[in-house]
Design a protein around this ligand. Structure first.
Ligand SMILES: C[S@@+](CC[C@H](N)C(=O)[O-])C[C@H]1O[C@@H](n2cnc3c(N)ncnc32)[C@H](O)[C@@H]1O
Length: 467
């Protein structure tokens, strides 16, 4: 075995145990480079001594773990990231929590894996809009991350334009220009957020501070985790949430996870998880079996649609009985239907041909049906569909379709010939002969017509039968 590979396997295992991070196959080379560089920079003369150092649990080793996580993951974050989820937070989740906690006036929000702080500060900005008497409330907004350097940046409250790339003017009004081209967050907002270093996999929580949480945001963190590590953290999150509290992750990050104790609320914009509560009451007003609205990606992602008009539509709750996978499948289906609506006759027909050629008959049929809906008098899609049906051994349907083709385009010779073959196969010899005679008649009438090439193979078939 390649010695570098052997070492990487050891490190990868240790990394999984300590941080939950997974080194995927295509990241192995990058991970090897990172480890080699660290060995060189820290002047370890063997991989074993570096490995032992990482394992020793000293303060320096902990710092080294943070550096490794930083090198192996992306710290990228920005204000009000993911407009769709922000919309759900603003219109559904936070108003619901505020309503429920109105008598206690307590609210606990945790941004787990907050990187440089844009996420918890975004929450603070939302909260201050939604709770005008903020000062009368006892509110914890906590940001945590494994990386202390990222947290130090978060605590500074200083951000580049890049972190503010997706925000509206009213959010920018909470920043003032600072040194080095940075922007300083208004101290009134900054002081509402607490930060804490915490390794999600290793830290035991709930704890003295992280308990009875109303809302956990853990977005774009699990993308690097092994499924086992995600399971462990989700279990701890579930214990940490208050009954009825919410969890929001990045899209699809809990795919195929067993979410015991959590209920999925499927919105068009995102899935939101909620800890079960004993009382049976619905937090969100979910309509009975609604039609899943199509994924309006542009509407969801374009900043202008939310704030600019000031008349943003309500985040749309969808069917809670659907699992996230079912939701995604339905969303894809819905988006596909929308795309279908945008295609013209020719595009549908060309796509149908490609799908039929590659054996994807149901998709081909869908495009053919769409083409027929656009122009029901053109014989081409009927003819192609007859071939698709034939390939699927549905001869009756194929025959019916060929008759339609002949009705629409009475001089389309291949349709007569195909019908002849189908009749012949079913022992309807007279009908078959009639079709061949029709084809021959048309051929004689139009010897050089446009279908001649298509008919070539079939002509020999006719001649064989007639002779
Ligand atoms: C891409 S950032 C996500 C920032 C923010 N949540 C967002 O969506 O914009 C991922 C963060 O997860 C942190 N992270 C990775 N592994 C972690 C662990 N085991 N415990 C805590 N944080 C971790 C990284 O340090 C990084 O800051």
């Amino acid at each position: 075995m390649n010695p570098q590979q052997l070492n990487l396997d050891f490190f990868a295992k240790l990394l999984r145990q300590r941080t939950g991070l997974n080194i995927s196959d295509n990241e192995q080379e990058k991970a090897c480079h990172i480890l080699e560089n660290r060995l060189r920079e820290l002047r370890f003369n063997s991989t074993e001594s570096y490995y032992q150092f990482l394992n020793e649990g000293s303060v320096k080793a902990e710092q080294e773990w943070q550096t490794l996580v930083e090198l192996l993951t992306i710290l990228e974050s920005f204000f009000l990231r993911d407009k769709g989820q922000i919309k759900i937070l603003k219109e559904q989740i936070l108003p619901d929590l505020i309503q429920r906690n109105r008598s206690s006036r307590r609210l606990k929000i945790w941004s787990a894996g907050c990187s440089t702080g844009e996420e918890p500060y975004s929450l603070a900005l939302l909260i201050q809009k939604l709770i005008p008497d903020y000062h009368n409330w006892d509110i914890l907004i906590l940001g945590s991350d494994i990386n202390t350097k990222a947290l130090a940046k978060a605590e500074s409250g200083l951000y580049s334009k890049w972190s503010l790339r997706d925000v509206e003017a009213d959010v920018l009004s909470h920043f003032t220009p600072a040194e080095k081209g940075l922007f300083a967050l208004d101290p009134a907002i900054k002081n509402r957020v607490n930060f804490r270093q915490l390794n999600l996999l290793q830290a035991p929580f709930p704890d003295y501070q992280i308990n009875e949480i109303d809302l956990i945001l853990c977005r774009n963190v699990f993308i690097y985790f092994t499924p086992q590590a995600i399971t462990q953290v989700i279990e701890k999150f579930t214990h940490t949430l208050k009954a009825g509290g919410y969890l929001i992750t990045g899209h699809g990050e809990l795919y195929q996870q067993n979410l015991q104790g959590l209920k999925s609320h499927v919105f068009v914009e995102s899935v939101v998880y909620q800890k079960h509560h004993d009382e049976i009451f619905e937090i969100i007003d979910i309509p009975e079996q609604p039609e899943l609205p199509s994924l309006t990606l542009t509407e969801t992602l374009q900043p202008s649609t939310l704030e600019a008009t000031g008349t943003s539509s309500q985040a749309t709750p969808v069917n809670t009985d659907l699992s996230p996978e079912e939701h995604y499948a339905k969303s894809i289906q819905s988006a596909e239907n929308k795309i279908l609506d945008l295609l013209d006759f020719d595009a549908n027909y060309e796509l149908a041909k490609s799908y039929a050629n590659s054996g994807q008959y149901p998709i081909a049929e869908k495009h053919l049906q769409a083409a027929m809906n656009i122009n029901s008098l053109n014989g081409k899609p009927y003819y192609l569909l007859s071939q698709v049906k034939e390939l699927q051994n549905d001869r009756e349907q194929a025959k019916e379709l060929l008759q339609k083709v002949i009705y629409l385009t009475h001089d389309f010779i291949p349709a007569y010939l195909d019908l002849a073959v189908l009749h012949q196969q079913q022992g309807e010899t007279q009908k078959a002969a009639k079709m061949r005679a029709n084809a021959l008649h048309l051929l004689k009438k139009r010897p050089a017509d446009e279908y001649l090439e298509d008919c070539e193979a079939k002509v020999s078939d006719i001649i064989r039968h007639l002779s």
